[in-house]
Design a protein around this ligand. Structure first.
Ligand code: PEP
Ligand code: MN
Length: 270
């Protein structure tokens, strides 16, 4: 039996408010900090990214932290600040739901609902995502095979939502010098088996800012429909995923380079 997520019934373009923001001719850059920390932080970074031409802003208000003592996100207040970013800068918002208790609240604000790697196996989240009439970005769990990713995605498609994007964000291997290992071979399989947009995440896979630009360039050359990149105005002070965040200058330089790389593989990087 062919899964819906691998069939003709899945969407290959994603439109938000009637405008196609993801299609095969584009590589859409989604940038922003890991977490919404404060109103000042989020508006400052968003303004700088909007000035560079970034159309989709990323930041999590509900963070699914492994460490229960770590910053858990600014939660409902953070979502309000993200709405302010949308109104002030006209950017679309991708933000994550960490579990079913915040799903509706997140979905009411997000233009794209991010299902984090750890939530890939959460059927209550997937069923809720299936009832949404909004795009969802589904991250592959770091311990999941591509086949498991597709099977879990069909909890979403079976509940009725065909607007799914798949994100490879690194899997766990024997290698511990980087945070995870970006599985580009698995990404090639995702690309071959489904026409859903493929998103790559160099930030969470690499885990260290020194390597993120090189990995992001490889992602642009790979030919994907989008790249998620964590950017913070002052990475040393970031409350979440500090070591992997690019600062604004590093990001600006990378953005220029990946636009050129995109041209070589027939993708407009925007
Ligand atoms: C994130 O995008 O900040 C995040 C928590 O990612 P992941 O679910 O891939 O760990
Ligand atoms: Mn993060």
């Amino acid at each position: 039996m062919k899964l819906i997520s691998q069939s003709e019934e899945i969407e290959d373009t994603i439109a938000i408010d009637g405008r196609e923001l993801f299609d095969k001719g584009l590589c859409r850059i989604m940038a922003g900090p890991c977490a919404v920390e404060s109103r000042e932080q989020i508006l400052f970074v968003a303004e700088k990214l909007a000035d560079m031409g970034i159309k989709i802003f990323r930041a999590g208000a509900f963070k699914p932290r492994t460490n229960p003592y770590a910053f858990q996100g600014s939660q409902g207040q953070g979502l309000k600040w993200l709405e302010e970013v949308r109104h002030t800068y006209g950017m679309k918002i991708i933000t994550e739901t960490s579990d079913i208790t915040n799903f509706d609240e997140v979905a009411s604000v997000a233009d794209i609902v991010q299902i984090g790697a750890k939530a890939m196996y959460d059927r209550s989240v997937l069923n809720a995502a299936g009832k949404l009439n909004k795009p969802v970005l589904m991250k592959r769990h770091f311990g999941a095979t591509v086949d498991e990713l597709f099977k879990m995605a069909d909890y979403i498609t079976l509940a009725g939502n065909r607007q799914i994007m798949f994100c490879e964000r690194g899997i766990r291997t024997f290698e511990t010098s980087s945070r995870f290992t970006l599985d580009l071979c698995g990404a090639a399989v995702i690309k071959q088996k489904t026409k859903a947009p493929l998103i790559l995440d160099p930030s969470h896979s690499m885990g260290y800012s020194f390597g993120v630009p090189d990995v992001a360039k490889a992602c642009a050359a790979f030919g994907c429909e989008g790249i998620l990149i964590e950017v913070h105005h002052n990475p040393k002070e970031a409350l979440c995923d500090r070591e992997q965040a690019l600062d604004l200058e590093e990001f600006a330089e990378l953005y220029k380079t990946i636009k050129d790389i995109g041209k070589a593989v027939g993708k407009a990087v925007e």
